[in-house]
Write a protein that binds this ligand. Structure first.
Ligand SMILES: [Zn+2]
Length: 651
């Protein structure tokens, strides 16, 4: 059956009453972790592959108020084993919870204080480290240490100022490196890396405003000069609601550009779920009727399908079960987000709670090798009428039945409207169900760490780190590094700003040349297969040292150096310098011969394009000599030879 509702494409955000709050987590590049002396850096996969994991089960969660926390019981019922890898270069007994935490890292605290001063946030007198319960195994202790440093303040924006709720320092969680139905593996290198967490009030009213505010906070953090760069070093969580909906949490939006998209997709889902609720009520759907549905084994019927997947599963001992969803015909096919239907929501629940791979629902049938005859047989055994839908799960009996019970529960929630969920952001901007939201009171004091008084000395230290505004920073770059304001702006907005300043001051290289590496050459290098984001700070130091040693370098040289450093990390600075020098002394006579031969080879093309053939010939020649000859020299020769050829061709 076709989807019975389509959600309007253009949603008026003020009409639906959109409210968004941000929670931004930024890793700091302090010398040590937050509560121990380990360096805050990640180790390579190769190192991890040689380690033997420590294994633990989730501890029984304490329930001080006697309540069962929804998120905790979700995790607990999964009964998963947690495996921890503890690389000695980046973790110690503190991360393993075998030794008490040390005192709070003062550099991290001072950085948070600087941000608080910049946005007029009210700094607390005494910082108290708290324990926030985590239940997904991402912390060996079962809690995350977090400390509020300041409350209040605001970020200005032309769509309206956005309040700041709190500024905190906290420890990053362990890094998930693998997961299956029975276990999760974590590396402890990331555990304890200092984070600053800035939470805004839900004052944001449009997707684009969310992006602007997130960018502003991100830049402010970066301008302290104390932040890490690269994938995963900043994580943006959102909370979002529309009129009549609960607050939905969305975790892990990694890219700034994705924020508006995630909000658009999620609002569409919420509007869609509201429409589904109205439709179900209109049709007379009821909790009791859904609850009363029996799960029916349909292995025999599905054995007549032509789906290899299903037939193989059945041969290996899986069974097929189905359940009728009264009044849900056409609902499962409703598209709530790009390529995600209500049926996908059901599949998410089944996956997260019962560990099944997927589901098949009636709105997509016939299909998947299940033909009209099989569908009729299913409809008749399940007593499905035109207004009803059904879902099939093929798996081990216990899991399949559990999955279908979960799906019934999710359908009951649909009659009430929008469930309160924690969701995860997908890479395409859609979101998926992760788990129910944890309860409110999950914090209790960390007794191993004494409170820290905020002294005037700490405040004085923090004042030195107060980040400038974007305009101030751009003007500074124009003045001190003699950059155009356009280039300065690009650099200031890039993640490489702090690194750029460090390299210029350490190596005294020409800032204008170095600035092009982080701006205009970025895309060019990407085309040549060099992903600059994957280069470490050490590699950039190497590049700057080579540039310094060579003295005067042009754009082509810089591209060549970066390519060599990227592709041959084992080469030393000296080796690359000598390679570059020999490249410069390439035989001009041979180069000229090559240019002439290319012009002859493509003489028809050259005659047609005339002077405009320059780029064409240049490209052909550079393809052969890149890495050996520099572009400027080649360009001069191509120009000369082209002119001479065209002169002769005329007569
Ligand atoms: Zn440590």
């Amino acid at each position: 059956m076709k989807a019975v509702i389509s959600i309007p494409k253009n949603i008026n955000y003020s009409e639906v009453g959109l409210k968004v709050g941000l929670e931004i987590h930024q890793q700091l590049n302090t010398r040590n972790k937050l509560f121990c002396n380990c360096p805050p850096s990640l180790v390579s996969d190769d190192i991890l592959s040689h380690l033997i994991p420590y294994e633990r089960f989730l501890r029984a969660t304490r329930s001080e108020l006697g309540d069962v926390d929804a998120a905790a019981s979700f995790e607990f019922q999964r009964k998963r084993l947690f495996k921890y890898l503890s690389p000695s270069a980046a973790s110690c007994l503190v991360e393993l919870d075998e030794e008490p935490p040390h005192l709070l890292n003062e550099d991290a605290l001072v950085t948070a204080l600087a941000i608080a001063l910049a946005i007029g946030s009210f700094i607390v007198d005494e910082v108290h480290v708290m324990r926030k319960i985590v239940i997904d195994g991402s912390n060996t202790t079962g809690f995350q240490r977090t400390a509020i440093v300041a409350l209040g303040g605001h970020i200005t924006d032309y769509d309206g100022d956005v309040g700041i709720q709190s500024i905190a320092v906290e420890e990053d969680a362990a890094r998930k490196i693998g997961e299956d139905i029975t276990s999760v593996s974590y590396s402890l290198d990331r555990l304890g890396i200092p984070l600053i967490e800035i939470s805004t009030a839900p004052d944001i009213s449009t997707p684009s405003q969310a992006r602007r505010v997130a960018e502003k906070i991100g830049l402010m953090l970066r301008f302290t000069g104390r932040t890490k760069r690269g994938i995963g070093t900043i994580r943006q969580d959102l909370n979002l609601s529309i009129k009549g909906s609960p607050k939905i949490e969305i975790k892990g939006v990694q890219k700034l550009e994705l924020i508006p998209r995630v909000i658009e997709e999620e609002v569409r889902r919420l509007v869609g779920l509201t429409m589904i609720k109205d439709l179900l009520i209109e049709r007379g759907a009821s909790n009791e009727e859904i609850k009363a549905q029996h799960i029916v084994e349909v292995t025999d019927i599905l054995s007549k399908s032509s789906s290899k997947l299903i037939l193989n599963a059945i041969r290996e001992g899986s069974k097929a079960y189905a359940v009728k969803l009264p009044k849900f015909a056409g609902v499962l096919g409703i598209e709530l987000q790009t390529d995600r239907r209500f049926g996908t929501e059901l599949a998410d629940y089944a996956r997260q709670w019962a560990g099944v791979k997927g589901i098949i629902h009636s709105d997509e049938l016939p299909g998947y090798g299940i033909d009209e005859n099989v569908v009729s047989a299913l409809r008749s055994i399940l007593e499905v009428s035109d207004l009803d839908a059904f879902v099939i799960v093929v798996d081990k009996p216990e899991k399949a039945k559990r999955a279908l019970e979960v799906i019934k529960d999710r359908c009951i929630m649909a009659i009430a409207g929008i469930p309160k969920e924690t969701r995860a952001a997908n890479e395409d901007g859609t979101t998926r169900y992760m788990r129910p939201q944890p309860g409110a009171a999950r914090m209790y004091p960390e007794t191993d760490i004494p409170p820290i008084r905020i002294t005037s000395e700490l405040i004085e230290e923090a004042k030195k780190l107060i980040p400038p505004t974007v305009e101030e920073k751009v003007n500074y770059f124009v003045k001190v590094y003699n950059l155009s304001s356009e280039l300065a702006k690009q650099l200031v907005y890039s993640e490489y700003m702090a690194l750029f300043e460090q390299l210029v001051s350490t190596y005294g290289v020409n800032p204008r040349i170095l600035a092009t590496l982080f701006t205009s050459l970025y895309g060019e290098l990407k085309k040549n297969g060099v992903d600059m984001d994957l280069l470490s700070d050490n590699s950039y130091h190497k590049i700057a040292a080579i540039v310094k040693s060579l003295g005067d370098v042009g754009k082509e040289d810089l591209i060549a150096i970066t390519e060599i450093v990227y592709k041959y990390p084992q080469l030393s600075i000296e080796e690359i310098v000598s390679k570059m020098k020999s490249r410069r002394s390439v035989d001009i006579g041979k180069l000229r011969e090559l240019v002439r031969s290319k012009i002859m080879e493509f003489s028809d093309e050259v005659k047609k394009r005339r002077e405009k053939a320059f780029q064409f010939i240049m490209g052909k020649v550079m393809n052969e000599v890149r890495g050996y000859a520099d572009g400027k020299t080649v360009a001069n020769i191509v120009k000369e030879e082209l002119e001479s050829f065209l002169r002769n061709a005329k007569t």
